[in-house]
Write a protein that binds this ligand. Structure first.
Ligand SMILES: *[C@@H]1O[C@H](CO)[C@@H](O)[C@H](O)[C@H]1NC(C)=O
Ligand SMILES: *[C@@H]1O[C@H](CO)[C@@H](O)[C@H](O)[C@H]1NC(C)=O
Length: 452
């Protein structure tokens, strides 16, 4: 019987109960109550652990209940304003409205008030990606792939070293790895009585509704692993296919708990063909198509697991799209489009002709328009895929780029004119050059376009 109880708990007892008291409980035939109680206790202690911050670190991003997009549906954003005007608070009326970084491709983003921009885009953006093993090897999976809509509800928190924290110590693994990422996802409950009890616990707030695991932001180098702790995990480098590239990336499979495989629909975690990859700093993907050339910038534009380059979007363009699909999707959030930089002020689709803009003090090139795929059909708050919208609406009137007349465009792909800079909410946006955009379709690996 005891073995049976242990089995129910996957052998992970966090609460010590003496066999005697269990025997007593069995005698009073309350075993069906005890199993769920132990599970509850286990879950409660897990939820406590969840609330504990990684030592020596602070969480990146706005407080959970704050967003610069809280008024995104305000009708005032449907029109443009004059570029040189100021609002009642003295802020330039064309400005950065909100900033997001998406540490795991296709999973929920982190809203920021300011962001460091590094050579691969906003810091931490798309440095991780889930991949599935196929006959062609490891292939990146996104919200576009059938069955992977649930990735929308996977959240990533970035915790970075904070020397002002009382628990900060340079030798801590959390500090040596440059911080950690906590990945959380909705709890999968078993069927039957146990599931009912756990769901009740979640409803009563006794059990966390989400499960989580923690991974290092930077995999340690093999030398450090050998010297300090031979038992440290190492992360083999493997090729992972993303579009037509196959960069080498670190396999973080050892960190994925069975419950995550189950959450993503793989019922036999031991044979699940799923993993999480961490982009390798010296194997980034160079961007050639549409981007300004190295000769012009002085450096080669790169990305980790982003499709091409960080995207930006204006609120008024989004309002225009949202109004046209309002009958199918009454509250189409701009977050569906997963832009890094959201701008307020310019009128709908003014950005279609931008070639160079200044954000704050930094000049930024608009490489091309953003070609839209089916990804925005997934609601970021529920993970539910709409059968056709907003894709159908977009295809109905936004096939505007001569270079690709089969797909809709919304927003621009940006390449900064400097290697590193900082972008802040409230930064003024000025258009320096306008011109014609013509999209260049995907190239074969290694193939380069000149003179774009
Ligand atoms: C957000 O939460 C904090 C702390 O829980 C609270 O003080 C603050 O008023 C909340 N802000 C909003 C906008 O709800
Ligand atoms: C953006 O949001 C943060 C956090 O709520 C707030 O402190 C800041 O004032 C907002 N910025 C603007 C320009 O609205």
């Amino acid at each position: 019987m005891w073995a049976w109880i242990e089995d129910q708990l996957n052998g992970q007892l966090l609460v010590k109960v003496s066999p005697l008291s269990v025997g007593f409980a069995l005698l009073s035939s309350a075993v069906l109550a005890i199993v769920p109680l132990l599970t509850l206790a286990k879950s409660i202690s897990r939820s406590r652990a969840l609330r504990q911050s990684p030592p020596g670190c602070r969480r990146l991003g706005l407080p959970f209940n704050q967003s610069n997009l809280s008024d995104e549906f305000d009708r005032k954003y449907a029109q443009g304003t004059s570029p040189d005007s100021k609002d009642e608070d003295g802020l330039p009326s064309w400005r950065v409205k909100a900033l997001f970084t998406y540490p795991i491709k296709s999973c929920r983003g982190i809203e920021l008030e300011h962001a460091d921009v590094v050579s691969t885009g906003l810091q931490y953006d798309r440095q991780f990606a889930f991949a599935q093993h196929t006959p062609k090897g490891w292939v990146c999976r996104t919200l576009r792939n059938a069955g992977f809509e649930r990735m929308a509800l996977i959240h990533a928190e970035i915790w970075i070293p904070d020397p002002s924290s009382p628990s900060y110590e340079t030798r801590r693994p959390e500090i040596r790895s440059g911080g950690v990422m906590i990945v959380s996802y909705p709890r999968v409950t078993p069927s039957g009585l146990l599931g009912t009890i756990i769901r009740t616990g979640v409803m009563l707030g006794l059990v966390a509704s989400r499960e989580s695991f923690t991974v290092p932001l930077q995999p340690e180098t093999p030398a450090e692993i050998e010297i300090d702790s031979p038992s440290q995990p190492s992360y083999p480098l493997k090729p992972v296919t993303i579009w037509k590239d196959s960069p080498l990336a670190h396999d973080y499979a050892i960190h994925l708990p069975p419950s995550l495989h189950k959450y993503l629909g793989f019922h036999h975690p031991s044979s699940s063909p799923l993993t999480l990859f961490r982009a390798h700093s010296t194997h980034p993907r160079n961007i050639y198509r549409n981007a300004p050339r190295k000769a012009q910038l002085g450096f080669q534009p790169q990305t980790a697991f982003a499709d091409a380059y960080p995207i930006h979007l204006t609120l008024s363009s989004h309002h225009d799209v949202a109004a046209r699909c309002a009958s199918s999707l009454p509250h189409l959030s701009i977050r569906r489009f997963r832009a890094n930089i959201i701008i307020e002020g310019p009128g709908p689709f003014a950005e279609d002709q931008w070639k160079k803009v200044r954000i704050g003090n930094t000049d930024v090139y608009a490489a091309c328009r953003t070609i839209r795929c089916l990804l925005p059909n997934v609601d970021p708050d529920t993970g539910v895929r709409h059968a056709s919208q907003p894709d159908r609406t977009l295809k109905g009137y936004r096939r505007v780029d001569e270079g690709d007349l089969t797909n809709a465009c919304l927003g621009l792909q940006l390449v900064p004119g400097v290697r590193e800079w900082v972008v802040r909410v409230g930064d003024e946006v000025r258009v320096l050059e306008t011109g014609v955009h013509r999209y260049i379709k995907m190239l074969a690996p290694g193939e380069k376009v000149e003179g774009v």
